[in-house]
Design a binder for this molecule. Structure first.
Ligand code: GDD
Ligand code: MG
Length: 369
């Protein structure tokens, strides 16, 4: 056997950033370990990397590394994959962290490695991405997907052979609707282009690789979402549950009180006469009273919801309590450990952690600090 067939691929996940767009959730929990469909976001990615044969994942972090590492210790054992942390002295952007982790990623056999933005969800076709990368002999291969508003993303223009002609990050004018899904397969030679300083892979590295004719794209099948903000996180959950329905329907909740797709942790207690769904996730140790109505929402671990309350199109943070006949809807985001009194109505309110809410909030987008 040659060396190249014995070395397992490595992966680097870009974890950095403060996750400001997911506040108030990220005020108490770092974004990558916030649950998405009842598992930490980053765990979905690490599982897919493990399934593709990776033996080590480097988390590129510039914020609260200890919280992340304590948490991931548990998963390192559960998933059977080495998880290491590369901490940046200052934010290094989306390329700088690759230079910092060069010792792990580089290898003389030329075995490619994966790089992922930590806030993207999809079915993670890592094996196919590696195969496509090896087939074309590219230096970098980007997963691409189509979106209706490409201006928030990196736009990729390619030819019939999927060779990338242009890569334009956050274009001001329309360039195309195929966008960078934030998941790459890279050959070690790309590391020679990157220095250990704040660098953008999108603005500096990809355009250079494209100019050399060595940047390729692979079309992503199925759903895709950047779940870095509450609205998209809820949309992403709905898409993800739809995909679970196709691939492993046994993971979804069943019963007369369930309408559409919902995932409920087995430790959660659900009262009588509830109506749950569509697109709902209920986390560990939650207690849901009688006659509660939940739709298009995420109920994070240890939340208590009293009888006849309603939550729609919203996210409820860990250990919060919602009173009976309360109503939380219209993209409300409730931080950790918030108390909402009986009968209160929250219309699109953003509530910071540890607050007591005793009166209704009618104006959408009101921030309670
Ligand atoms: N370690 C580290 N250090 N990670 C970082 C840093 C940093 O300085 N800056 C950003 N990241 C991480 C973020 O946590 C995220 O996982 C990823 O890099 C991308 O950063 P975002 O801030 O989420 O970028 P974006 O969503 O505006 O755009 C990126 O993702 C789009 C897909 O969602 C770009 O890659 C676009 O081209 C792409 O279309
Ligand atoms: Mg993002």
């Amino acid at each position: 056997m040659s060396d190249s067939s014995t070395r397992a691929p490595k992966a680097l996940v870009l974890v950095g950033g403060y996750g400001t767009r997911l506040r108030p959730l990220t005020l108490t929990v770092p974004k990558p370990i916030i649950d998405f469909a009842n598992r930490p976001m980053i765990v979905h990615q690490i599982e897919a990397l493990k399934a593709a044969g990776c033996d080590e994942v480097v988390l590129a972090i510039n914020y609260r590394p200890q919280v992340m590492m304590d948490f991931l210790k548990e998963w390192e054992e559960k998933l059977g994959i080495k998880i290491t942390c590369s901490q940046e002295p200052e934010p290094m952007g989306t390329a700088g962290p690759l230079a910092l982790a060069r010792e792990i990623l580089d290898n003389k056999e030329g075995v490619p490695f994966f790089v992922l933005n930590s806030d993207v969800v999809c079915e993670y076709p890592m094996k196919q991405l590696m195969e496509a990368h090896l087939r074309t002999g590219a230096e970098a291969t980007i997963l691409v997907t189509k979106v209706t508003d490409p201006s928030k993303y990196g736009v990729v223009v390619m030819d019939e052979q999927n060779k990338v002609e242009r890569f334009v990050e956050k274009p001001q004018t329309f360039v195309g609707d195929s966008i960078n899904a934030g998941i790459y397969c890279l050959s070690p030679s790309v590391l020679a282009r990157i220095e250990p300083r704040p660098t953008s892979i999108e603005k500096e590295v990809f355009p250079a690789v494209a100019a050399d004719g060595r940047l390729y794209a692979m079309q992503l099948e199925g759903y895709w979402m950047d779940v870095g903000q509450p609205k998209d996180y809820l949309t992403g959950l709905a898409l993800h549950l739809g995909s679970v329905r196709q691939r492993s329907p046994g993971d979804l909740a069943e019963g007369p009180h369930i309408s559409g797709n919902a995932i409920i942790d087995e430790s959660a207690k659900i009262g009588k006469g509830c109506l749950i769904g569509p697109n709902v996730a209920i986390g560990k140790l939650c207690e849901i009273g009688d006659g509660v109505r939940l739709s298009n929402c995420v109920i994070l671990n240890r939340v208590h919801i009293k009888n006849y309350a309603l939550v729609a199109d919203s996210i409820i943070g860990w250990s919060s309590k919602i009173g009976s006949w309360a109503r939380v809807e219209n993209k409300a985001v409730i931080g950790e450990d918030v108390f909402i009194k009986d009968e209160v109505y929250l219309n699109g309110a953003i509530v910071l952690p540890h607050k007591d809410i005793k009166e209704s909030i009618l104006e959408p987008g009101t921030i309670i600090m």
